[in-house]
Design a protein around this ligand. Structure first.
Ligand SMILES: [Fe+2]
Length: 101
């Protein structure tokens, strides 16, 4: 699936956290959530966009980038950043129910 290029010149967007950064405290502190979201997750998205700019990966979804680069040593940097971006988004979503309690 192609992304709509009129929405943004940069294909991958950091998704919003599905809850407040303090929603999982005291089990996971707001500081820890903020670090993994604002540093790690944002960094992986930003790095992926830099690496994918001007390549065949620029207009692909995150899942498509991962599938297209898996097992390709020359695409390891793109794969690693895309995979980590996906992993972080999955992790945030997986804790959404706990955050509501
Ligand atoms: Fe992280």
């Amino acid at each position: 699936m192609k992304r709509n290029k009129t929405v943004s010149a940069v294909p991958q967007v950091l998704p919003a956290l599905p809850y407040e950064q303090s929603a999982l405290a005291p089990v996971i502190s707001a500081n820890t959530i903020g670090f993994h979201y604002g540093k790690h997750h944002k960094g992986y998205v930003d790095n992926l966009n830099k690496l994918a700019a001007g390549t065949e990966f620029e207009e692909l979804t995150l899942e498509e980038v991962i599938a297209a680069t898996a097992g390709k040593a020359d695409k390891a940097a793109i794969f690693n950043n895309a995979s980590q971006a996906w992993n972080h988004a999955f992790y945030w979503r997986s804790l959404a129910l706990a955050a509501r309690r």
